[in-house]
Design a protein around this ligand. Sequence first.
Ligand code: GRF
Length: 199
Amino acid sequence: MGEFSPDYRVIVLFSGNGSNLQALIDNAGEYVIPCVFTDNPWARGRMRASEAGIPVYNHVCKPGITNEEYFNAFARAVEYFTPNLVVLAGFMRVVTKDFLDRLNGQVVNIHPSLLPKYKGLDTHRRVLEAGEKEHGVTIHWVTEELDGGPIIAQERFPIEKDDTEETLEEKVHKIEHVLYPSVVNSLARGDNIGHDINS
Ligand code: GRF
């Protein structure tokens, strides 16, 4: 008898450190990760996937290639592995409408703020500068609008007086590493969580 192998296929896209990728690898109960993709051949996440025996594909944007062309080729490469879900984990590019259409809109992202507040970069610095009382993490379906798709899950925490960008980043990561695998496992089980982009 072979081991039970879930057939919900999750492909992760990342650009850098890959601590969320690591959490997704370590907590893959209801899904498998057949391969991962990066746009950055120097990303630390590459090593994390390789150490877990997961094939890593580079999809680098070469000079002279438009974003549309880059993502059309990317969609074809990802599609080849027949994912049920594409998971963006610190992937630093804005995907195109064609990319989302080809993957049937089954693309999720994690963002380090309480969306719809603080879309984009430098969220920890911006919440401190604005004197916010709380901060958090959002997981959402990806649409053409940057950090603007329907929210699946959100977790918040209070900002303390002595918090800095670094401590906020640590607190955010701690939440992300539990919340992201938990949401992906739930989607794999078909749980009715959040709001499905296709419904
Ligand atoms: C995370 O904080 C995530 O919310 C944001 O980028 C960061 C990626 O961190 N989208 P890592 O590469 O997973 O360590």
